[in-house]
Design a binder for this molecule. Structure first.
Ligand SMILES: Cc1ncc(COP(=O)(O)O)c(C=O)c1O
Length: 295
């Protein structure tokens, strides 16, 4: 398992220098418990973000502060989450943005945890791992990956973290007592999944073709698509309350998530997942287009 993770981190993420790897029972468990395990005091989270970052900070009794992409204005902290491609927006950090985050970590002696679980799902932007930008100096840098997304293995609970050897040694030590150890059959499944890329190409093609079918239907109904350059979601707005957009689409039999679930800045957006079947996406598009023709 360790060998497979190590190999994948080098070949796929572009990791260099000294780094360690640790398998996880899903990345949500790490997101929820990492600030506690590391006794974080102040946790920076993206201002539109997967809600578990904030929950993890609350569980740790840490202060959670929402921040913008650029670290130039970040307050002092000992821990910061980065998420590219983003859930929910599908925004992809540029290489310069990732390097700026690494610089911030070095200047502040703070841990950066880069949640890269959607890395394989490029659409109009090609996401890169923070591990490829450290120049082999991986102190205070972690990258989190999940086979829930890459290999559609959410029910297995199979994920892993890569990065700073000392931080991972500490996590391994805490986990000896806290549990959360990956069962052996799941480890075997992870090795098999990581040794194959073909299914990932198929999955990426599937999500991107659903995106291409659904986007024009949403646009025809007045939704403006923003970011959505990679990952599993379309992030869009009709410049109305998120709940108005949710009700409008629910009346058409389409279930989407209100943007306010991800932070105040999302209050006029919705997140549309590309995880329904091809048949369901096509039939949803037909209903949306029929609505457009009626209006
Ligand atoms: C950004 C992000 N991180 C982590 C997770 C957790 O995934 P899992 O626990 O299945 O690995 C999700 C799931 O939706 C997510 O969107």
């Amino acid at each position: 398992m360790r060998e497979a993770l190590h190999h994948w981190a080098i070949s796929r993420l572009g990791a260099t220098g000294d780094f360690d790897v640790l398998p996880l029972i899903g990345s949500k468990e790490l997101v929820a418990w990492l600030p506690t395990f590391l006794e974080a005091k102040t946790v920076l989270i993206p201002d539109i973000a997967y809600p578990t970052y904030k929950v993890g900070a609350i569980l740790a009794g840490a202060q959670a502060l929402a921040v913008d992409i650029s670290p130039a204005d970040w307050p002092k902290a000992d821990f910061a989450w980065v998420n590219s491609p983003s859930n929910p927006t599908g925004r992809v950090h540029t290489e310069e943005e990732l390097r700026a985050v690494i610089q911030w970590s070095r200047a502040n002696n703070a841990l950066i945890v880069s949640d890269e679980c959607y890395l394989e799902f490029a659409h109009t932007a090609a996401p890169t791992s923070i591990m490829s930008h450290t120049g082999g100096e991986n102190t205070n840098i972690l990258a989190v990956h999940s086979l829930s997304k890459r290999s559609n293995m959410a029910g297995y609970r199979a994920a892993f973290v890569v990065g700073d050897t000392q931080v991972i040694a500490r996590l391994r030590e805490v986990r000896k007592h806290a549990g959360m150890i990956v069962p052996l059959p799941v480890q075997q499944a992870m090795i098999a999944a990581l040794s194959d890329d073909e299914h990932v190409v198929q999955q990426r093609t599937r999500y991107n073709s659903r995106r291409e079918i659904l986007s024009p239907a949403l646009e025809a109904l007045g939704f403006q698509i923003e970011e959505s350059r990679a990952g599993l979601y379309i992030w869009c707005t009709r410049d109305e309350s998120d709940w108005d957009s949710v009700s409008f689409l629910a009346n058409c039999g389409v279930l989407v998530t209100p943007g306010s679930f991800y932070g105040e800045k999302g209050a006029r957006y919705i997140r549309v997942a590309l995880t329904a079947t091809d048949e369901d996406i096509s039939s949803a598009c037909e209903r949306l287009m029929a609505l457009k023709e009626k209006s």
